[in-house]
Unconditional design. Sequence first.
Length: 103
Amino acid sequence: MADLSQKEWAEQLRADENAVILDVRTPAEFQQGFIPDASNIDIYRGQQFMAELEKLDKSKSYYVYCRSGVRSRQACALMNGLGIEKAYNLEGGIIAWQGEVVR
């Protein structure tokens, strides 16, 4: 897992052809606004969340965020534990995000 600054996360995401953006907030939070092309898997769903992670393609790179960066850091650690090596946490989460947001 790597904690990336806003700038590092955005630059690496743009350059990565294998990138998947993952929002681990609740569906209600997701509906309030999300980073374009993000998929939503709610970390609070426990075992269901783990089951969704297990379905992910381990060859892809996952750019993970939440509201403030805490849940996404936990999600990245869980992903690493499942063999997903390229999981990148967005420091500061969407509340610090300077880029585009879909509302």
